[in-house]
Write a protein that binds this ligand. Sequence first.
Ligand code: HEC
Length: 201
Amino acid sequence: MTTRWLPVLVLLIGLLAGCGNGTSTEEAGPTEPDAAWRADVEREVASLNAMRSRLAQTITSEETVDMGTFARVCKPVGQRARALSDSTGWVVQQIADKYRNPANQLDSTGAEAHARFAANPDLTQRWTRVERNGASGWRYYRRITVEPTCLACHGAKETRPDFVKQNYPDDKAYGFEAGDLRGLYAVFIPDSLRAAQAASD
Ligand code: HEC
């Protein structure tokens, strides 16, 4: 093609791009979560994760792992996630495909995220736009990795503590090895919450 056709081509592309009176350009939604609260969410979740890791290291080889051990090690994480939800308006969860408590099952957007983390071992965290129960917002996911200390309760099926065998008949959270993907922290921040906060600022 000779250069004399170039202006015609440019004109044509311009016409095509412009057709539909701007409806061809997508409505600009937020592409990144706001740095102001993004850091807060990531910090709180990191601290939740570090807490369980630290507590699990207090299990000694002499101790009988029972309900008391759970109350000291893994239970406080669920409790703190609920307290955090109450104090912030975020929805803070731990979700897993191999869940112990059926309340922690994957939902549809969680399942999509879980598959990504499972397929990509280097992925540690991710922010996405989601619709959750009819509300739009941001959802933050962070990988939960199995550590050797977790195996006292999430190891081989037969070696699970008696209280787990008895209290969780549909348990799927066993048979892990250190380094495995245990599940995800999932934090939903509804847009309505941020709008309300912005209005009160
Ligand atoms: C003393 C036993 C015990 C230890 C040790 C333990 N957990 Fe758990 N974990 C449990 C029990 C019991 C539940 C079910 C909690 C409930 O009823 O909500 C659970 C639930 C979870 C959940 C929520 C998802 C689900 O399956 O319901 C995650 C995530 C989790 N544990 C990760 C870990 C990690 C990571 C470690 C090690 C750092 C660990 N746990 C150590 C007993 C334990």
